[in-house]
Design a protein around this ligand. Sequence first.
Ligand code: MG
Length: 204
Amino acid sequence: MDLRVNLELIKGFLDPEEGRALYEQARSVAHVGPCLEIGSYCGKSTVYLGAACRETGNTLFAIDHHRGSEEHQVGEAYHDAALYDEARKQVDTFGVFRQTMALAELETTVVPIVAPSTVVGRHWQTPLGLVFIDGGHSASAAHSDYETWAPHVQIGGLLLIHDVFPDPADGGRPPFEIFERALAEGPFVQVAMVKTLAILQRIT
Ligand code: MG
């Protein structure tokens, strides 16, 4: 796994074991189609997925409005003052994200898309080999990400969902809810669960 950057220096909320799983899963779908992630933040998950795409000649679309999720806003649990633009009174993670992509030598593999994911989805027509949902954790954000992007996963392709907590005591419900929806509505089956990363495959 050639990441070309020290991941400990990149801000984010991804466990190294989950990161390795992202890398391995992305490596396995190059023949199915390009990869797409929702929720790049400072680019930590993007480095794992992107490294796999670079090695396989694939492309990674990285969607994020770069204004931070609910929990990143001022006064919230995961607010980071270093990622806050005081003059404009808004979170801005795009500068740091671009820096991460340059350090990891991913600028010819990763296509950053700076917009809300549902806006990107309105006219999306490219079939996908892998979709990684790690955007907003509100019910509306998680469910609309699922509804927008799951249908683009091709047969044999993968749907990955981060922050899936089967026990409500461990974390918020929406990522777990969309994980259950994908299993109930099909045509997805569970391949593995690596910590809080659910890995599903489209079978028909
Ligand atoms: Mg996450």
